[in-house]
Design a protein around this ligand. Structure first.
Ligand code: FES
Length: 205
């Protein structure tokens, strides 16, 4: 309503047809600037054969739009992509490359450099077990065995058939005083023993 009133006011002032046309063009440019690249045709090209939800791609494109600049933000965008999709398969990496204007090889390079990024799907509750030296020497390996046993024998990097849990091993997570350390999502478990594993899993059942 406010915009309509403002438009009417402008039309009242600019009676010259050339000025009205100029105003209309200017208005259209402002609207285009306010439109996210995802809404502009071709600006947010969701892969034709995308198997993952399109709304997640749109959310990712909207996030990229909020960045003050693209340069230097590739890790941030990949972080966001992984938090949205849960992992980074090729179709997501292609989309990130297209959104950021980077070569796909560069995106792959970053993903493989940081162990935090994964191209393998994870469970709803990803279990990360630290296998750094401090954790290893106080029994992290036995903790891994116990999680595998409790979760029906899945291997490290696999997901349970119901999609609920996955197991991964990490390098030192910087909490050596709490060794052995296990993280499930954002939750941290300290001084974990094999006997504690059943109870930990029950927290998420
Ligand atoms: S080795 Fe596990 S937290 Fe440092």
């Amino acid at each position: 309503m406010a915009r309509r009133a403002a438009d009417d006011m402008f039309v009242g002032f600019f009676v010259n047809p050339a000025q009205i046309r100029y105003l209309a063009i200017k208005k259209e440019r402002i609207i285009n600037m306010q439109t996210s690249t995802c809404q502009k045709s071709g600006g947010c090209k969701i892969p034709d054969r995308a198997t993952l939800p399109k709304e997640l791609y749109q959310k990712l494109a909207a996030f990229v739009d909020t960045l003050p600049q693209k340069e230097g933000h590739l890790v941030t965008v990949l972080h966001k992509a992984q938090s949205l999709f849960g992992y980074l398969p090729r179709e997501v990496l292609e989309f990130v490359a297209q959104q950021m204007g980077d070569p796909l090889a560069k995106v792959y390079g970053v993903v493989s450099f940081y162990t935090f990024f994964t191209q393998i799907p994870k469970g709803k509750y990803p279990i990360s077990i630290c296998m750094g030296t401090a954790c290893f020497v106080v029994g992290a390996e036995k903790v891994v065995d116990s999680f595998q046993k409790q979760l029906g024998g899945i291997e490290v990097s696999e997901v349970t058939p119901d999609g609920k849990f996955s197991i991964d091993c990490l390098r030192c997570v910087g909490a050596c005083a709490l060794a052995p350390v296990v993280m499930i999502g954002e939750k941290v478990y300290a001084k974990v023993t094999p006997d504690m594993v059943k109870g930990i899993i029950a927290d998420f059942s």
